[in-house]
Design a protein around this ligand. Structure first.
Ligand code: FAD
Length: 317
């Protein structure tokens, strides 16, 4: 079922999760182990992230470092099929511009459609660590808007070779990312929202936000979106804090703020077990307020760790 249908049918806020495909070489069982405890809360859909090739350095016998390009989490398409097979839950594979030609993307989308996947989260992707700024594949899409355009065309039966099929073989529901604290490359929120609106005008049917720890940021973001005529559902993305290190790592990677009140609570913790408990309590309060404000769904970035999300979900659902 499409995410838009899930949202339209919902009588109360939905519950959904995001997972990363296993690292190359890891078994699928460890992946299932991170979903199993959350299935009792009936996730309406499960997102699976998409990853491009990145450079890693391997030490050769002569001691020199060898630079290799590796796709360390290669299995988004297969994992989506495995989830649907085992849990009968809708999946939302992420697809990204970075690292892929339009042709490779087209073929992956046909595979996903034939496997019964009806939803996509369409993203640009980030620059590689070795790049100063994001650079698209020479034959790839530059912005999420370009990729939305490709998916929308395929939904109409228009393929890259300009073959127009009598019937489209895909009919994806398209979601996109939104940033309550602004995308870090954007000069200001107004410009970022201008492009977000463009994503919706080009076919995005719902928005999932970057993680945030201060609900006021989400409320203000939704208000600004509505003011400029973005009417699609805006799903809040949530991440329970589990270690002290995340206090610096999350703001640095995702360009988000940790509220002072939360920082002070974490500061008092003697170990990560205590931090985890603070993260769970903060998450429960955040979710309760979001539910009071009619958030359409609570979407959790699990990072393949289920315990805190499980605790939060048991307090809510
Ligand atoms: P875009 O919407 O293309 O925006 C990128 C920047 O360009 C913004 O600053 C925007 O304001 C600007 N912009 C947009 N359109 C235009 C235009 N037409 N002209 C000029 N400027 C423009 N990354 C992964 O690699 N894999 C994942 O699975 C993944 N999942 C994610 C899930 C969520 C919910 C979120 C929030 C992020 C995810 N990311 C993922 C990270 C994401 O790829 C990065 O945040 C990336 O830097 C931006 O992606 P985007 O789709 O928002 O880009």
């Amino acid at each position: 079922m499409k995410i838009t249908e899930h949202l339209a049918k919902a009588k109360k806020p939905l519950f959904s999760i995001e997972l990363l495909p296993p690292l190359k070489g890891q078994s699928i069982q460890s992946f299932f182990d991170s979903i199993d405890p959350l299935i009792e809360f009936k996730p309406s859909f499960i997102d699976v992230t998409y990853h491009r090739e990145e450079y890693i350095y391997k030490k050769r016998e002569n001691g020199l470092l060898e630079k290799q390009k590796v796709r360390r989490r290669p299995s988004t398409v297969g994992i989506c099929a495995a989830i649907m097979n085992r849990y009968h839950v809708d999946t939302v594979p992420h697809i990204i511009c970075g690292g892929f030609s339009r042709k490779e993307t087209e073929d992956a989308l046909i595979d996903l459609s034939f496997l019964g996947v009806e939803n996509l989260l369409v993203l640009r992707g980030d620059a590689l660590k070795s790049e100063k700024a994001f650079a698209p594949h020479p034959e790839g899409n530059q912005f999420a808007t370009d990729l939305i355009c490709q998916v929308s065309n395929m939904n109409k039966g228009v393929f890259l070779e300009e073959v127009v099929q009598e019937q489209a073989c895909t009919d994806f529901c398209i979601g996109v990312a939104g940033y309550p604290e602004k995308h870090f490359e954007s000069p200001n929120m107004e410009r970022d929202l201008f492009y977000l609106k463009q994503k919706v005008e080009m076919g995005a049917q719902y928005i999932v936000t970057q993680m945030f720890f201060d609900n006021q940021k989400y409320f203000s973001f939704v208000e600004k979106c509505r003011e400029i005529g973005i009417t699609v559902p805006i799903i809040p993305g949530l991440k329970p804090l589990i270690t002290k290190k995340q206090m610096t790592v999350l703001p640095s990677i995702f360009k988000i703020d940790i509220p002072n009140e939360l920082a002070l609570e974490v500061e008092k913790c003697k170990n990560n077990d205590e931090v985890k408990q603070v993260g769970i309590e903060w998450g429960i309060q955040q979710c309760k307020e979001l539910i009071e404000h009619d958030a359409p769904c609570l979407h959790f970035y699990t990072m393949n760790r289920s315990t805190s999300v499980q605790e939060i979900a048991s307090a809510l659902f």
